[in-house]
Design a protein around this ligand. Sequence first.
Ligand code: MRU
Length: 351
Amino acid sequence: MNSIPATVRWEDGVDGHLVLLDQTRLPGEAVELHCRTVEDVWQAIRRLAVRGAPAIGVAAAYGVCLSPGPRGLTFDSVLAACDYLATSRPTAVNLFWALDRMRALARACEGVADGELAERLLAEARAIHADDVAKCAAIARHGADLLADLPPGSGILTHCNAGALATGGDGTALGVVFELARRGKRPHVWVDETRPLLQGARLTAWELVQRGVGCTLICDSMAAEVMREGRVAAAVVGADRIAANGDAANKIGTYGAALLAAAHDVPFYVAAPANTFDLSIASGDLIPIEQRPAAEVASGSGPLTAPAGVAVYNPAFDVTPPRLIRSIITDRGVIQPVNRDTVARMLGRSR
Ligand code: MRU
């Protein structure tokens, strides 16, 4: 494929609409999804046509710009759209961060003409998008500096997808990998397939192949053996929400990967922008973990792979404690060691 459509983009001006790369169709086909209503955007987030914490935030911000009520876009229709989009998925805090920014902008504009409100909302959504591009670039630089001593060709394990498909920019965890590749370090990525929805196989492997970065796909259950064989020099993953004590929620299976890394002396890194931290919650116990439909586990790839009606538990995320995390790579710098004090020191300012 010569040109890959953008993960998230806004088409045309204030009367335009949101265009997403439909990630449910990858890797088979790169098809764009045109969202013209807030409901379209809500659905796209809920069914993972757009996914990954930063990308969800950017998409939701643009989604607010599609919120005309019966009398056109108004202050009330904007607030209603923010409240509605906030119900699309519960775990990634970037969604709520972006909607808070849109609400604050709308409040600051109270009294301005509705036409001007629309212009300012779109400018704010574009700013949130541009901000994410810059945050990804900064994470990539800090992460590549941190891993600068890895020998060329080193194996890096990742879980789920924290690449360009998950952000407005070049990715968080994969952003680090791409930067290492740019610096001539020839990283080789061990890609956990990431059951049940296969974000690793469908999305991360696709991105790496598109970019010519060496990678090998493994079932999640193979990670321990690959580490035991000495093939993994470091593990780098993204995050959906990080509590004040450094507990990091990410795709289900991340905690297991971190335990395996600890057992094999493999340093485990989390890469995430400042707006993935939720300093309002003390620990990961308070992070809402999304529960998804049983069908994703029992028949995720089409045919039933379990007895009809069997009980299924399908939490979409888990929480990795700081004792298993060597460092958190943020756009502001590297947090190491990870604890309440070091998180507060790095994130004390506004996000
Ligand atoms: O359910 P998903 O696909 O939205 O889960 C995504 C992840 O868990 C990512 O690792 C996380 O959002 C970080 S993306 C930079």
